[in-house]
Design a protein around this ligand. Sequence first.
Ligand code: UDP
Length: 237
Amino acid sequence: MAAAYKRILLKLSGEALMGDDAFGINREVVGRIVAEIGEISRLGVQVGVVIGGGNIFRGMAGAASGMDRATADYMGMLATVMNAMALSDAMRLQGINSRVQSALVMDQVVEPYIRGKAIRYLDDGKVVIFAAGTGNPFFTTDTAAALRGSEIGAEIVLKATKVDGIYTADPKKDASASRYQRLSFDEAISRNLQVMDATAFALCRDQRLPVNVFSIFKPDALKRVICGEDEGTLVYC
Ligand code: UDP
């Protein structure tokens, strides 16, 4: 199968790494996701990954329990660094060359985010894992994905979720719900469909950066998206 894209930005939620566990990092699940990333990298696709942190800590949850929101958000960003390190280590075990770059500086642990360097790594075929979100509280890793995707000139953001696309209604509650195959940004707004958070959505729309929402738990779905097949929902400009 030939790849339809040369450079992509894959957004993995932290929850993707915990599998059926209640929290944390499930190494078996991580290994499976990494194997799929390795496969698309071997197809010649340059892969940037933005990893979330919801499997460990979310700023909103901290704030809801009385924490200072910004402090809680920094903790959430630190959680994404742990996930990035776990992903990178799983890549090492599978012979996939990767680099972690963090939006928060922590020299002893990971490289800082340097755009030019990230692009050079991508050109060399290395997978670049972007950690610590945007480096700013009050944002999410969806926004980091839109931002880094724009910065590295990705052709598309692939948003890996638990559901295989965007539906007319919640498929768990409504048996007649059907999946949108394609959807424009304007349609998503007018139908009030939640693709990603509002800041991330606005940035992708402004930058004319399409988003494909797909299930990371469906075997080979990532590869199918990469090959331009009907998988998940494509939100286009
Ligand atoms: N976060 C932040 N700024 C960012 C990205 C993330 O403050 O630019 C914090 C925020 O608290 C968020 C947490 O990091 O809840 C984990 O990220 P996110 O919730 O996006 O992870 P996901 O839902 O994708 O696992």
